[in-house]
Ligand binder design. Structure first.
Ligand SMILES: Cc1cc2nc3c(=O)[nH]c(=O)nc-3n(C[C@H](O)[C@H](O)[C@H](O)COP(=O)(O)O)c2cc1C
Length: 371
């Protein structure tokens, strides 16, 4: 499994793993891939600073990256506008009513209320870049557009390549024109924010459109060595996986106890590839989520239309906190892709990586016999 990108980053396998968990990201890098830590959840740059110091010490000197979220269309910044006042009362009433109907208890008295995700405001994302560039990061990736030109320049000055996700050919062309080094071609089946074109169609389209001007990572629906082999056959120089790491034993985010699978993981383990939905209810932009009673409630005729980013996440942030605390797998609010149908056991990252490599080898050997 050697490609131009495994060579460029000095990694054993061109397997790039996006994850919001530093424990998973470090394990991916230690296992020979490139762990990429999602920074959007860090509202406080000091917390990110501490986590990246931990990453520096727990990756055995292997490279790792960070992922930031700077939407090309800048959402209203919190500094000049009271965002909370822009949320209609009808929406708040719907959330309260739905949580009551689903039996989600209020937070314990004294519990700190979540402020919502602020990491996709440019001011906060810029603080992520400033912090990250003082650590030994090997990559900055950005979701929802190219990062601004000065951020790309800032990374390049430190010798750090920049990647950006693309859900359509025109996004990929724009990234290349803006100076992005690696395009992540992410198909419809992916977890999180995603476009409307399936990986099978999108990956070769983007590879052909951008030629040698940037390397392409394939994303969306990858969870086996056969799928890695397919992605490389389509012209990608590596894969970018997000959902599959959520059922690794190192993933503990959103879990009340360190023992056994969390409610989120139990919900994921039981889901089939048909149990996801693409909806604006998480962030205000279309994102693929696990289909649960919470997502079902938002698709009923009495549900209001989701608000634009960043208001929708502010609206549901306390609901997400209450849902997480309730530990009920039927009412989970969680991004995940269609590959969830293959996520059927909790395993360490290293075991997942071994299986990807073995599966890739046997897929390639099998193809060899077909010539
Ligand atoms: C729980 C979760 C959170 C995600 N959050 C982000 C994010 O903050 N930034 C980003 O660039 N991509 C994010 N993504 C998308 C992943 O980077 C990746 O492109 C996607 O998961 C690939 O498709 P797959 O889910 O089929 O592996 C997220 C995906 C998941 C499952």
């Amino acid at each position: 499994m050697h490609t131009s990108l495994s060579e460029k980053f000095g990694i054993e396998y061109p397997v790039f793993g996006f994850t919001p968990s530093e424990h998973v990201a470090a394990a991916i890098s230690r296992a020979g891939g490139l762990g990429v830590l999602g920074c959007v959840r860090f509202n406080d740059p000091e917390e990110l600073e501490a986590v990246l110091s931990w990453m520096d010490e727990n990756t055995d000197g292997k490279p790792y990256g960070v992922d930031i979220v700077m939407p090309a269309k800048v959402p209203t910044e919190g500094t000049s506008v009271d965002l909370e006042s822009l949320i209609p009362a009808e929406h708040r009433a719907f959330v309260d009513r739905t949580l009551a109907e689903l039996g989600v208890p209020p937070l314990d008295s004294g519990a700190e209320h979540a402020t919502g995700v602020l990491g996709w405001l440019h001011s906060v994302a810029r603080s992520h870049v400033d912090v990250a560039l003082n650590h030994r990061i090997a990559l900055i990736a950005n979701a929802l557009g190219s990062p601004p030109k000065d951020v790309i320049d800032q990374a390049h000055e430190k010798g750090v390549p920049v990647a950006a996700l693309a859900g359509a050919v025109e996004h990929a062309r724009r990234h290349v024109a803006n100076g992005v080094d690696i395009v992540i071609a992410q198909g419809y089946e992916a977890g999180g924010h995603t476009g409307e074109i399936a990986s099978m169609v999108l990956i070769p389209e983007i590879v052909d459109a951008i030629g040698d001007s940037a390397a392409v990572l394939a994303a969306g629906g990858i969870g086996s060595g056969r799928q890695v082999a397919a992605a490389l056959s389509l012209g990608a120089a590596g894969v970018w996986m997000g959902s599959y790491w959520l059922t690794t034993s190192e993933y503990k985010l959103g879990s009340a106890s360190s023992e056994g699978p969390s409610a989120i993981q139990r919900a994921l383990l039981g889901a089939t590839s048909a149990d996801t939905v693409r909806s604006r209810i998480y962030s205000g932009k279309p994102a693929r989520l696990l289909k649960t009673k919470w997502t079902d409630a938002w698709s009923k005729p009495d549900a209001p239309a989701p608000l634009p980013m960043p208001l929708q996440n502010l609206l549901v942030s306390e609901a997400h906190q209450r849902i997480a605390a309730s530990e009920n797998p039927d009412v989970v609010a969680m991004p995940v892709g269609q590959i969830v149908g293959r996520m059927n056991e909790i395993r360490p990252v290293a075991e997942v990586m071994d299986e990807l490599v073995e599966g890739f080898d046997s897929a390639v050997s099998r193809l060899d016999t077909l010539r």
